[in-house]
Design a protein around this ligand. Sequence first.
Ligand SMILES: C[S@@+](CC[C@H](N)C(=O)[O-])C[C@H]1O[C@@H](n2cnc3c(N)ncnc32)[C@H](O)[C@@H]1O
Length: 306
Amino acid sequence: MGNKTSKTSKKSTPLPSTNTQEDSDFRYIEGRRYHNVENVKYPLPNDDEELDRLHQQHFLFRYVWQRNFAAPVKHILNQDGTKVLDVGCGAGSWIFEMASNYPNTQFTGLDISPIQPSEIKPKNVNFVISNVLNRLPFENDTFDYIFQRLLFLALPKDRWPDVINELTRVLKPGGYLELMEINPIPLQMGPVSSQLFIAVEKMLQLRDLDPQIPYKLRSYFEQQGNLENITEEKNRLPFGPETGKLGQAAVENARLGFVHLKTYLLEATKIISEEFDNNLDISAKELYEFGSYQDTYCVYARKGNY
Ligand SMILES: C[S@@+](CC[C@H](N)C(=O)[O-])C[C@H]1O[C@@H](n2cnc3c(N)ncnc32)[C@H](O)[C@@H]1O
């Protein structure tokens, strides 16, 4: 619910951000820029090429779901002083759109890397650089709504319950938690795509990441014990021609994902670079022609008033 003690709108007061960049925030491998946080397994780079891919991915997801969020929070977002947290906010695609649509709400984007614009941003957005695998720098019961999307490459398999606990801790009683994930391994694939995605499976295994996470979110929410009205929604990100340009855009986004993960995918499978590039071109055609798709799940719930 909105913070009832905050009667005055904070619309004109820019929120402080902690996302100014330092050299030590990044490390560079083969010309690509990566995060520099010890013990964090997230393998994607965070340079301009990857941030562009994240923006494109945001538009794909918004199109597939026909909205930016699923939890019943629209009325909260229209109240003065409502506080929203976007965990693993990346380039800030979601938070910028939401902050423009809901100017009375205060949005905080949290990420391990200071990759979001620090100057040109809506006044009701601030960014905090922090690791969601640690205790978050917020008091108990701070946020009215917490959103987290696409962290399957970030959170080790056995840490999801801890993260859900920590997000629930900083959520206000009566507030909503919403997580959205995708199965990185498409279904209905052709032979070359199947081969190529074995590399993804191996990389996930080596990094202790969980491709099955979309299917487990609901039971993790149930196990948390303080979340109620748990709702799960499923959808598909289609690669095939049946959805017109959406399929082509999804194939292009997946292809870029492969290019950006190439160093780690080659490491995981020992296939040579030329074979990988060749298979990538064939796979892009196959994903479209076979009408492959990825399962995407969204789970949301309300924190009980205990
Ligand atoms: C695939 S991107 C998703 C970005 C955004 N949620 C979206 O949907 O557009 C994953 C983001 O999680 C961030 N990340 C990875 N590990 C993290 C961690 N342990 N704590 C906080 N953020 C993390 C990465 O830096 C990256 O920006």
